[in-house]
Design a protein around this ligand. Sequence first.
Ligand code: CMC
Length: 431
Amino acid sequence: MAETNKTATLLLDNKKIELPIYAPTAGPEVIDIRKLYAQGDVFTYDPGFTSTASCDSTITYIDGDKGELLYRGYPIEQLADQSHFLEVCYLLLYGELPDATQIEEFETRVTRHTMVHEQMHNFFRGFRRDAHPMATMVGVVGAMSAFYHDSTDISDPWQREVAAIRMIAKMPTIAAMAYKYSIGQPFVYPRNDLDYASNFLNMCFSVPAEPYKIEPALAKAMDRIFMLHADHEQNASTSTVRLAGSSGANPFACIAAGIACLWGPAHGGANQACLEMLREIGTVDRIPEFIARAKDKNDPFRLMGFGHRVYKNFDPRAKVMKESADEVLELLGIHDNETLKVAKELEKIALEDEYFVSKKLYPNVDFYSGIILEAMGFPTSMFTPIFALSRTVGWISQWKEMIADQHQKIGRPRQLYVGAPRRDYVDVAKR
Ligand code: CMC
């Protein structure tokens, strides 16, 4: 943390409190309020953490006004164009791009961990077939701590490392198994001769009855989707992982907590909700009706895939995703996709509408991702599990950063209590 020679002065009932100010590498300066309670006997109030930095981090940076996203300093557009997912995983985990030997070793390590404990198959079979794959994933990932005891000691850096590799390697297997189970097909074992994305497609779409041909261009598009979702600094699910981890909980339990948080429609669940919304709109002539609903304060409806806490400009991931949607549909020979037409027209109308312009609401990563995933053959219920598998590396990198931080403390927010003051118990007969 770079200290500045600046301080912020808070005047509290004529008592002056000096608060240190820190300079970030990029972004707004930060006022350190850690001693505020001790010195001033007050708390700060910030529900939703709209103005509060919960940690310092070196992993990801977002400039919401510019619409910029950097992983370890590298722009997402460059990575999406020139890198690949496992290289991005290495970058997020270790801070630097790997050289040729490092990436080869890393890929080998991840590949050697792709299978899950055979007994986990029984665990899957305990779920109802119609369970949402996210429900299955929350349960199965939490249960990994029961299968991999030798990587749950968080005080051992080596065990933390093994847990990270296991999670990155096994998450595609778990997501694919959740899918196969939900459609009544046999589980497909991972294939270590395939790259990460191709292996995932194979585990989802191949069946024992006939060979499955992996289209390299689709595998590339899948890989790009993984990269675009890999990390996003202190979002709700990442903060959940950090908070769970701050108590010393094991990494598998922490990632399961992150998956649970991601599921909500305001977060990762928006990709499923967005495609369902686009389908419900159905044709471009119905767009004005939905725009009007989104603007109506008395209607809870929101345009899914629109708006973001941090981006007050185009989400850079949405731009890449839109290009990818065009490429994938072209590749699959889908020339008249009504959902894509609705999406593009909806985006155009919303971007010109005073309501969306004044509130700086732009398409986010979830606006176009569903169109690509649907074209690839995934049902909507698999959209959020794919987000979860992509985000696992971000969660685990942030968790590792937190555990290694010497100043780390259990996360314990304070509150503004507005309930009843102290009162005496009244016997039921007298109430
Ligand atoms: N449609 C209509 N109005 C909206 C929308 C939307 N999608 N998003 C925000 N607004 C309005 C909101 O009603 C509020 O209006 P007012 O100031 O008049 O009360 C204003 O814009 C600010 O919204 P907010 O809810 O205070 O902003 P937030 O930062 O708390 O919420 C958000 C951010 C992403 C939860 C929200 O924009 C939203 O619900 N979007 C739809 C869900 C979605 O696409 N989520 C995916 C986010 S990106 C992927 C991820 O991170 O998981």
